[in-house]
Design a protein around this ligand. Structure first.
Ligand code: ZN
Ligand code: ZN
Length: 411
């Protein structure tokens, strides 16, 4: 197990910086049985922060796999009413959410992608109101991670057992600025300031479109919505509470104009989608839509992602990250988006974040769609940054500004 003092610091980070739990506020922790210890610790720290009630919603990835194998599609699609009621109750009580991810790579290998997709869609539809609520930053929410044996041995194939688990904890702590010598909460206040400054420069430029090129073959133009907002680091809920949705985070990101992406993009890291590893893939866009694609590994999973719903073929996010970042420099492939997306520029297929357009969090879905904000029940990030990536911004009055050169920010 990791050093107790570091795990405690990490739990503090989840509660005080991630969710920023307020006195008297209920907390829901979503955890798998892979991360019992961290979930317990977060619950304890949340109570110390005077949470009203802490509830842990446990899942077990193996049982989930058995369910996918054995339940009929009809049963999988039949989302119980109490799940919906519970979400309504959480909204009524202004509950904040802390999710702990502890993935088991490859666990869902061999499961019928269509079955997985149908189960996901049914849940997505029934809980669409809750997703809008959370993604509209109506409450604080955060995601942290916990090491587990299978994940750790995948990330560090040269290590075995407890040694691998330790090494992954170590990498997680480093990526999250958790160490023996510094105050992690204070370090994050500083980090949030730096990211905020980056957002401010990009917001001032209000680029019409961004042009991405590298030697791998990426040549892509992404148009941005008008009055887009670059965000990253901490965010503020509609009730005025600051929080950090992702720990770690290094990105500054905004909203593509739904119908304005054209060209080809090559992924630079594998994408772990529903337990399957999609690798060596590219996407071609026309008028914002993916019109062609290929993958060396798990092409059927990529197809299933693109066919998830109408919006899954359009972009909902574009994120810029220096190639020279702590996570990128560690040069570890985590096989997990929470970490890997912070090592590289990335974009997301699916739903856009309302906060990435001025006034977006108080707009209806119809109004957002009108502006060119993509709507979907899914949101899947993939990485395309590289050491030789160039990003040029084009302003509305025709000026070209180089934003990233040789992988790193130059503005
Ligand atoms: Zn992102
Ligand atoms: Zn994303």
């Amino acid at each position: 197990m990791p050093k107790p003092s570091l795990l405690e610091k990490y739990a503090q980070l989840a509660v005080h910086v991630g969710a920023n739990v307020q006195e008297g506020q209920p907390v829901v922790i979503r955890s798998s049985t892979q991360s019992v210890e961290l979930a317990r610790l977060i619950a304890k720290v949340a109570y110390e922060a005077k949470a009203k009630r802490v509830t842990v919603q446990w899942t077990d990835d193996y049982v989930s796999r058995y369910s996918l194998d054995h339940m009929s599609v009809e049963t999988l699609e039949d989302v119980p009413q109490w799940v919906v009621d519970r979400a309504h109750h959480e909204i009524e009580e202004n509950t904040c959410l802390i999710s702990i991810t502890s993935p088991i790579p490859g666990l869902n290998q061999g499961v019928d992608p269509l079955k997985m997709q149908k189960a996901g869609q049914a849940m997505g539809k029934k809980l669409a109101f809750f997703q809008s609520y959370v993604m509209g930053n109506n409450t604080q929410w955060t995601i942290v991670a916990a090491s587990n044996l299978i994940w750790a041995e995948k990330v560090f194939p040269e290590l075995k057992g407890e040694e691998a688990v330790e090494a992954l904890w170590d990498a997680i702590f480093k990526a999250c600025r958790v160490n023996d010598t510094t105050d992690a909460v204070a370090a994050w206040a500083e980090h949030n300031k730096t990211l905020g400054a980056h957002n401010a420069i990009l917001n001032q430029h209000q680029f019409k479109e961004l042009h991405f090129t590298n030697s791998l073959g990426t040549d892509l133009i992404i148009e941005l919505v008008e009055n887009h907002v670059w965000a990253g680091g901490d965010e503020t809920t509609t009730k005025g509470v600051k929080f950090n949705p992702n720990i770690p985070t290094e990105e500054t990101f905004t909203m593509p104009y739904k119908w304005g992406t054209r060209g080809k993009v090559y992924a630079t890291k594998p994408l772990n989608y529903q337990g399957n590893l999609i690798d060596g893939f590219w996407l071609e866009f026309k008028d914002g839509k993916v019109v062609d694609f290929d993958a060396k590994e798990a092409k059927d999973s990529l197809a299933s992602l693109l066919d998830y719903d109408e919006g899954a073929r359009y972009l909902g996010e574009i994120a810029l990250i220096s190639h020279d970042s702590p996570i990128s420099n560690a040069n570890i492939l985590f096989y997990n988006t929470l970490f890997d997306e912070n090592a590289s520029c990335h974009m997301a297929l699916g739903r856009a974040y309302p906060m990435n357009v001025k006034g977006g969090t108080s707009m209806s879905q119809e109004a957002l769609t009108e502006l060119g904000s993509n709507h979907s029940l899914t949101h899947v990030d993939f990485m395309f940054g590289s050491a030789d990536l160039k990003v040029v911004g084009l302003t509305h009055d025709g000026q070209e500004v180089t934003i990233i050169e040789h992988g790193d920010f130059v503005i």
